[in-house]
Design a protein around this ligand. Sequence first.
Ligand SMILES: Nc1ncnc2c1ncn2[C@@H]1O[C@H](COP(=O)(O)OP(=O)(O)OP(=O)(O)O)[C@@H](O)[C@H]1O
Length: 275
Amino acid sequence: MIELVNIKKGFGDKEILKDVTVTMEAGKMNLIIGSSGSGKTVMMKCMVGLIELDSGSILYSGKDFTAMDNNQRKEIRKEIGMLFQGSALFDSMTVEQNVMFPLDMFSNDRTRDKKKRVQEVLDRVNLKEAGKKYPAEISGGMKKRVGIARSIVLNPKYLFCDEPNSGLDPQTSLVIDKLIKELTVEYNITTVMNTHDMNTVMESGDHIVYMFEGKKQWEGNNEEIIFSKDKRLNDFIFASEFLQDAKEMRQLDAFKDKNWRSNLKDRPGAREEKA
Ligand SMILES: Nc1ncnc2c1ncn2[C@@H]1O[C@H](COP(=O)(O)OP(=O)(O)OP(=O)(O)O)[C@@H](O)[C@H]1O
């Protein structure tokens, strides 16, 4: 679990993160959404310590990361996996060597055990046969799976994904989303993902945080988002007429269930927050 408690960050006289409090739970896909410039990346960078907070704190499984020195932070960072936008593979290394890299950096295991671990994760992301290939020889979706294998090879407790689907076609994006979600549940990882992909939001959003101008405007899950009455969120998510229609159809679907009345009774529909 990662907790952000009243975090604030500004650059010069510009406030970027304005008192954000969020809890990212383990075993869940925690998505951060919002328009460009709303502070998603700054928030993620604060979470991994690439940017220092002005105030507030960030806790990893209850431990205050903000108050730690560099050595203590290193221990937490060993438990963090990162999946970058462009996969960020080393072109001169094979798939196996790319996945081996974090093990060579951080693990004291015997070479034989490290190789076994590389095979295990490559197998897990369905790349058993691609180990000897170079990044230039494989597709974008496969590269992304290599990136995923590399990000989980050290058994992370926390996984940060920065727009993992950028540059992928919708079908491949769904496969990648499904894989990340499966791994999140399987290994009880606290996954935090910054995304602009509405398919991801609707299919994988266990917990969605909508940022608007540096504030947490709304949070809920992929079902609650359909019923949200937050105008800013609706304008952002269901921007086109087509998506507005799709949203209404999903709402109607919910009413087909004969238990709709009791189902809806306790539905937060959104934990609406004042802007
Ligand atoms: N190092 C920095 N110095 C000054 N301003 C910064 C710095 N990093 C980010 N900002 C500003 O913070 C604001 C939020 O940026 P951020 O990158 O978090 O947006 P975002 O929501 O991730 O956008 P996008 O979806 O386009 O990636 C922007 O106005 C940006 O210019």
